[in-house]
Design a protein. Structure first.
Length: 119
């Protein structure tokens, strides 16, 4: 299996910053087979939405709502992906999930970490 361990969520005031991290491990983890790693978020009653992703090539993709404020990066040596979130807004409040998408179509998810932005 693949385990995705998320960390870094919490409570922050609007305008503040948080850094989420996701460390991948497990017997099925194979860095060569990765298509993308990324972060999704979900609020009650809404669909889970893509926040940001980074491909094996290093190219990145961001939701329009976070462009210019969030930055995704990876540390291949530590099998870790980070999401630096700046200028946070109350509407960024959500549970954030780490995702690993393999080239064969398999998807793995973390358990989620709560980000709360107070106004």
């Amino acid at each position: 299996q693949v385990q995705l361990a998320e960390s870094g969520g919490g409570l922050v005031q609007a305008g503040g910053s948080l850094r989420l991290s996701c460390a991948a491990s497990g017997s099925f983890f194979n860095i060569i087979s990765i298509n993308t790693m990324g972060w999704y978020r979900q609020t009650p009653g809404k669909e889970r939405e893509l926040v940001a992703s980074i491909a094996r090539s290093g190219s990145t993709n961001y939701a329009d709502s976070v462009k210019g404020r969030f930055t995704i990066s990876r540390d291949n040596a530590k099998n870790t992906v980070h999401l630096q979130m700046n200028s946070l807004k109350p509407e960024d409040t959500a549970v954030y999930y780490c995702n690993l998408h393999y080239l064969n179509g398999m998807d793995y998810w973390g358990k989620g970490t709560l980000v709360t932005v107070s106004s």
